[in-house]
Design a protein around this ligand. Sequence first.
Ligand SMILES: Nc1ncnc2c1ncn2[C@@H]1O[C@H](COP(=O)(O)OP(=O)(O)OP(=O)(O)O)[C@@H](O)[C@H]1O
Length: 657
Amino acid sequence: MSSDYVTQKGQPFDRAAFESLLRRKVFLWQSFEPYGSVKGLFDYGPPLESLENEIIQIWREHFIRTEKMMALKCSMLTPYEVLKTSGHVDRFADFMCKDPKTGEILRTDHLIADVLEARLRSDKEARGEQVAEKEEDPKLKKKKAKAAKGAVKLDDAVRDEYNHVLAVLDDYTGEGMGELIKKYDIRNPTTGNEVEPPVSVNLMFQTQIGASSNAPAFLRPETAQGQFLSFQKLFEFSDGQLPFASASIGYSFRNELSPRAGLLRVREFLMAEIEHFVDPEGGKKHPKFSAVKDIKLPLLSRTTQSSGSTKPEYVAIGDAVASKLVDNETLGYFLVRIMQFMQKIGIDMNKLRFRQHMENEMAHYASDCWDCELLNSYGWTECVGCADRSAYDLSVHTKATGVPLSARETLKEPYEVEEWVAVLDKKKSGPKFKKAAKDVENALDALAQDMKEKLSLDMEKNGKVELGVESVEGGKVELEKDVVTFEKQKRMVTTREYVPNVIEPSFGIGRILYSLMEHSYWTREADEARSVLSFPPSVAPIKVLVVPLQRDVRFKPLVEQLEAKLDAKHISYRVDQSGVSIGKRYSRNDELGIPFGITVDFESIEDNTFTLRDRDSTKQVRASEHDIVRAISRMIKGKETWEEVAARLPAFETSQE
Ligand SMILES: Nc1ncnc2c1ncn2[C@@H]1O[C@H](COP(=O)(O)OP(=O)(O)OP(=O)(O)O)[C@@H](O)[C@H]1O
């Protein structure tokens, strides 16, 4: 993949150089390095910690504040029963294969996909097919020619078979994948060794709460369950009004079998999840949908994928919902808001698409699901899952606990119903059934209407009925006419009780951060060694670089004055007083993605003016301290662009670059 992938300037993306930059500038590293590091765990250094913080702030503003969501902080340690009910204990598992010679563990579906995709790529190269987007690029051409040398051609039938297997890989059981491995002689790609048959492994980290092992628990694999279990409290907080949404930003943990691709598949990661609760009656409309209906989204539908194409179509979300391509307004509204968020933080819009889940990929209860995928040098990567989870979660927790997680609505027009009612004479049932009396009462309450009607007929015929409740004396409880009667009664219905449906956009912040860093990365044409991270001013980890022209005590008061001004405006900055040339200092800081540089020079001492440099264009203007700090502040807030600032402040020509 990385050979086809280009930077925002159309240059071939050099992942080794990019990763070296991230290491050099301490963006991130594998955790516990002095102890030999642990796969799938990363520490963030100052630039990445700060970048994440900026993105979280934008996320909070874009979703929580603007959409009036209810932010929650729920526990990460989760009792066994909760995750048993949600289905995670039984189903949150992947199949793994072991390389018996090296002990390496490989995720089975990834292993099969990687090997078959590599063979298909090799086949494409052998047939000289166009795999690169920028065919005319001589570097890419050279790379392609090199790759084609060892390429292996496939028979047409084999190629079709591989493509089919890849399309339906999610449908395979462990046994089925084991057969594929044998049939296609799939081996560990790094060692060439045969692998052992697939074994299912649950992905949750298990622990216990307290000293006793009677209370097994897990580190949560998603933030969602805590939000579902808080439903009743949120419903009251929203004054019994639906729709409403909760949101939670917090860590989740998955014991991934083969963590890889840097931040893209890790074992501990920050998630930002929204649970939007909506009345299923009335088509899951969204009150703000009409404001976004004309916005076009790159949608890669199920039908397009089935035809073998990976090219999304730009469709107005209003049309997509009207044609039922996207199931409902609420889901459609969130797809738009996700795209707008990505645009705000600087994601390259040419590297974003929404891919609809195939039927076999979706959970059985989901009615529609779209992933927001970002293209990076590892390929298209799911960064946000946006699913309509129907009433599944609230229903299963209600069933397991008996605590209703449902909404009530007062009806505008109450209506009368006639219902079968079981009338129990408690004065008689208590002494008669003793300890089983409560069970008898509950069993009668739980009877459906048709059962009550049937029992009333049985009672009339036989003078008694049997309930599925064990009596104290043994055998099933029998109820006679004097204890219970079945009657039809009229009742006014004034409220409607229902289980809301849930639309869930679920963001993996680490994957977004990584893709953003790749999308922001490019090198100056004149000098390949000079790399730049073009973060938008609003998300850049540090906003300003202050550079005194040289080490000179006369600059000190001016630097201090600038620092005080930037502090007062809450603008983050870095002062670079090192002795190296100004050009070098600028380019070192371009690598940190600092969007603006203020230079303090001899003229500053004379007239208190400074130069302001734009990272991306390297253009400079000269103005008073007040004007410069104000311009920076406005650009960070998105109130002005560099082009607008450069048009109104005097240009400054320099040969320092
Ligand atoms: N191991 C991981 N490392 C980093 N981010 C992850 C990981 N697993 C999931 N995410 C993020 O959490 C989001 C929501 O999780 P979800 O359960 O939908 O992922 P998933 O479908 O299991 O992902 P995948 O199929 O890639 O394992 C994903 O879109 C992704 O951004």
